[in-house]
Design a protein around this ligand. Structure first.
Ligand code: ADP
Length: 260
């Protein structure tokens, strides 16, 4: 019996997935609180508990994410780009181009036909175009980040931001609220501004074949819709599992493939 785990510790969240024969047995997501050692142990314990297993039952573990070098258990380290690519291909077999939007960076990745990485580009220099941008903006707007997608659905006249800089855009939110713009119109404008940054990255990579979003921001359908409008193409919805787990899923699959 081969049961493997993938543990992905990112800048904001830690994710663990336990898989057997290409099927998810259990998973967990927690805030990582800038402590990869504790976050990785805690999230793995949660997933193992859900699967009613102990770490000794695992035949392989892959560690990924920025915290991959600081996990208190053995496991091969693989970059999150490789893991997201593998995970995205499992979540959506037709995917050719994906965009992973996490808390601190955004990566546009093109896959080869076997699911390995063809090429990628990253934005990790600036908060705009990352989950952090959405978190900060939602806070200033006074809505949970989980509700930003609803703003896009309800907005009649989405606002346009004069700057994509996260610092200036926060001031813009306050000004727009004072001018009497509705929360939904501002929330939709935030999603549109985020999509515009992501579109720049995708356009420089070159759009090719089926496109999907992975990472926590994939759950914000307002960003996906705005991206569709701005790029004039479809963003395929991931339904098989939580897209935030893509890196951990890929890691668990690669642990299984590594055994072979
Ligand atoms: P990382 O791997 O870098 O820690 P994640 O891939 O977990 O980051 O993504 C975190 C981001 O995902 C958050 O900044 C937030 O904007 C977004 N996010 C997480 N859950 C949701 C949700 N339910 N709805 C909308 N956005 C979400």
């Amino acid at each position: 019996m081969s049961i493997t785990a993938g543990c992905d510790v990112g800048s904001l969240t830690a994710k663990a997935v336990i898989m057997e024969k290409g099927r998810i047995l259990a998973s967990a997501v927690i805030r990582s609180r800038a402590r990869p050692e504790e976050a990785s142990r805690e999230v793995m314990d949660l997933a193992l508990k859900e699967a009613a297993l102990s770490i000794n039952d695992l035949t392989g573990i892959t560690r990924t994410g920025y915290g991959r070098g600081r996990m208190p258990f053995e496991g091969k380290e693989i970059s999150e780009i490789t893991c997201h690519g593998r995970g995205a291909r499992w979540l959506l077999p037709s995917v050719k181009t994906l965009i992973d939007i996490g808390g601190q960076d955004c990566k546009a990745i093109k896959l080869k036909s076997d699911g390995s990485i063809d090429r990628f580009i990253t934005n990790d220099k600036c908060a705009s175009g990352t989950g952090r941008f959405l978190d900060v903006m939602a806070k200033v707007l006074g809505v949970p980040v989980e509700d930003l997608a609803t703003c896009s659905e309800r907005a009649d006249h989405p606002v346009t931001f004069s700057s994509s800089c996260a610092v200036w855009a926060q001031a813009d939110v306050i000004r727009l609220l004072n001018e009497g713009h509705g929360v939904d119109d501002i929330g939709a404008g935030i999603n549109n501004a985020m999509a515009a940054r992501v579109a720049v990255l995708l356009n420089s990579l070159g759009l090719d074949g089926d496109l999907c979003i992975t990472g926590g921001v994939a759950k914000n359908l307002g960003v996906a819709k705005a991206l569709e409008t701005q790029l004039g193409c479809r963003v395929r919805k991931i339904r098989k599992a939580d897209p935030q787990l893509a890196g951990a899923i890929g890691a668990a699959l690669l642990a299984e493939e590594n055994l072979k």
